[in-house]
Design a protein around this ligand. Sequence first.
Ligand SMILES: Cc1cc2nc3c(=O)[nH]c(=O)nc-3n(C[C@H](O)[C@H](O)[C@H](O)COP(=O)(O)OP(=O)(O)OC[C@H]3O[C@@H](n4cnc5c(N)ncnc54)[C@H](O)[C@@H]3O)c2cc1C
Length: 487
Amino acid sequence: MTPGVRAVATRARELLAPDAVIDDRARLRTYECDGLTHYRVVPALVVIPEDADQLAGVVRACAEHGVPFVARGSGTGLSGGALPHAEGVLVVTSRMRAITDVRPEDQRAVVQPGVVNLDVTRAATPHGYYYAPDPSSQQICSIGGNVAENSGGAHCLKYGFTTNHVVGADFVTAGGEVVPLGAMAPDAPGYDLLGAVVGSEGTLGIVTSVTVRLVRLPEEVRTILVGFHSTDAAGAAVSAIIAAGIVPAAIEMMDALAIEAAEEAVHCNYPAGAGAVLVIELDGPAAEVAAEYDEVERLCEVNGAFEQRLATDPFDRALIWKGRKSAFAAVGRISPDYIVQDGVIPRTALPEVLRAMGELSAQRGVRVANVFHAGDGNLHPLVLFDESKAGEAEAAEEVSGAILDLCIRHGGSITGEHGVGVDKARYLPRMYTEEDLDTMQLVRCAFDPDGISNPGKVFPTPRLCGEVPGRHKGAHPAQEAGLAEVF
Ligand SMILES: Cc1cc2nc3c(=O)[nH]c(=O)nc-3n(C[C@H](O)[C@H](O)[C@H](O)COP(=O)(O)OP(=O)(O)OC[C@H]3O[C@@H](n4cnc5c(N)ncnc54)[C@H](O)[C@@H]3O)c2cc1C
């Protein structure tokens, strides 16, 4: 333990309950990774504050002693964002689980960052509302993690991502100051600093309270499971539905390999022999849903659907979703190891990219299962391998990178919703020039001049704030243009 960490531990013991400060190596190992388990780092210290004051006190101590810190919610992240720093403090929000306020009349709820996503909906449902962004991990992931990753989910096609549902936050800066961002009412004046914090992957500071927008429960919901012989046909149906002006609450696609895995794991009873299935959900006023349902059914049929099944009761509906939402974990049934990839492409490029992915998979002998938010063009290829077999891990890694290249080439991006974290920092230069990355770092430096908040994440070549970057021996072009300053 460095002298700095020792000093932070001493301060933390003054501020927090005795069992909320962990420096025992065996217990620290519990926190060595997030959902991306092949990166592991044991933190020097773990703190589990109960409120914003305790959390800010620890961060202030980190700032005073130049100690890096990393926020952790539920640790379900898939890009290594909550991977600890070996000489740093891991700040865990799992004891900050209070739903402070539910205000149906304002369509707002105020929650602490450790609150589990689904618990917001559970608290709002008796009032006729729910929280719309629904990552498949919603039974366990935290709102703080959702804010940091700008998480998406099946229903974000119609309702928007986390950023569209967070209107305010209390935020602990890297210096340990608590500042309010945004407001209960929409469109607070001034720069949209809340917008900068949402999706910043814990690199700007730590969110200690979140004000979210609640959405009215729809009058009617219809969930349809549709079987196709191929992903091409299912992709064509997706395009046809959107082109018809219908925006379903969700359109999710799974290919044959993903269906096989889900069947083995949760017996979801998807159409036998399907090359692809779509899970389509329509919601809204009953009359609108009825009209849209007829049209969706017709468009699926025209595009080759061989079976269409409308959920007839909540059990049926839950089983359809269980197949989809269990798919990542289910893949463990058909492969000992796999990479959960996350990329995004324009929806219209789906058939072409899926075909190219199939060719890549055949050429390299690496199986790829696909399960994704088809309406958003947000792909989740699951690249399967067996670590115990020589060369398989490397081949899977290569295919995984090549899939991201495909996404970029088709006008998409290297991450749709899982974030860059530690895992994809190396891919960022494939999308952005050095100048772009330097400009992003200027934003980071404005929030965290000493670079202690989640260092080593997102940026491929982290620099100290004020360091003259790469090729620009003088000022950065953004500085020369009077658009930015280096502090
Ligand atoms: C089975 C499975 C399914 C998934 N499905 C989806 C999906 O459909 N959509 C999706 O978007 N993601 C999905 N994910 C990824 C993951 O659940 C999300 O990224 C989620 O938002 C992470 O929340 P968490 O609480 O686990 O955060 P963590 O993993 O603990 O942290 C994630 C990042 O947030 C930062 N962070 C955490 N709390 C705070 C805070 N209070 N303030 C500032 N920064 C903070 C961390 O430093 C880290 O960078 C899935 C993961 C799994 C395992």
